[in-house]
Design a protein. Structure first.
Length: 273
């Protein structure tokens, strides 16, 4: 009982650290965004041009070169590039957040060892920054979809799904950034895991193409639920309540475990870094 109370206290304390030090967190986010475009002539203009160029490139490749076909009955559209992008953006938010946060503590080791501040703000800022920048491309894509008649009332669930995904990613980021302090190879291993995870998630192919004997394995993949949930909302005009519940449970477990591991580990950061 005492251990359970202590566990909940650690998790809740970390959450309120984000709330109480919001101004400091905004400073980290601003610094990350400015640092990404420092010394560039375009500055923040690149946050629009880069995702726009990505969208145009995929439209060209999938629509004019490969000309892959899918059925509207199965996916909600007969345009493969639209099907792909509906899953690509949620995946990008996930993958880039983890890639950016895994080594954030090592990269800021000089700051951690010299200044006293809530260290947990560093992986949080990495996730928030990634979501802010990459969401611009997602918004551009949604405007295109709305212009082409896909807008529906269930789109109100998109911010909810993004928030749940952010909580899910935050938990993993806490864990990965903390363990990477002690095991530096985690960063390299993560690149391999993300690549395998990408191909194990139906981003570039419909779930119906998966052999029947492997479909159960896909049900164990949280990102499978996230990707399909966004596609159901945008393309099928439906809200999968079961998927929403699974996503919420995965996000809660991920955040609680990641927060607990981070809080338990950070006392040793100063010695290792």
């Amino acid at each position: 009982m005492v251990k359970n109370i202590l566990f909940m206290k650690q998790v809740i304390t970390l959450f309120f650290q984000i709330y109480y030090h919001w101004n400091l967190l905004k400073g980290f986010i601003t610094r990350d965004i400015k640092g990404r475009f420092a010394a560039s002539f375009g500055g923040l203009v690149w946050t629009v041009l880069t995702p726009l160029a990505t969208i145009i490139s995929y439209f060209f490749v999938f629509s004019l070169v490969l000309r892959l076909t899918i059925t509207p009955e199965e996916t909600g559209t007969d345009k493969f590039v639209i099907f792909f992008l509906c899953g690509f953006f949620p995946w990008t938010l996930f993958a880039e957040s983890l890639s950016k946060s895994v080594g954030i503590l090592i990269g800021e080791s000089a700051l951690i060892t010299k200044v006293v501040f809530p260290v947990e703000l560093l992986p949080v800022s990495a996730v928030f920054t990634t979501f802010l920048i990459n969401s611009i491309g997602f918004v551009i894509f949604l405007f295109y979809m709305a212009f082409n008649g896909y807008l529906n009332a269930n789109w109100f669930f998109i911010p909810v799904a993004l928030l749940i995904e952010m909580v899910f990613v935050l938990g993993l980021s806490f864990f990965l950034s903390a363990i990477c302090v002690f095991i530096r190879d985690i960063g390299e291993l993560l690149n391999i895991v993300i690549m395998l995870w990408f191909f194990g998630t139906p981003v570039i192919y419909p779930f119906s193409m998966v052999p029947e004997e492997f479909k159960f394995i896909y049900s164990l993949n949280p990102m499978f639920e996230f990707v399909n949930f966004f596609r159901d909302i945008i393309l099928m005009d439906t809200v999968n309540i079961h998927a929403l519940m699974v996503m919420s449970v995965c996000a809660l477990i991920s955040y609680c475990f990641g927060a607990w591991f981070f809080v338990r580990s950070k006392v040793a950061f100063g010695d290792v870094l």
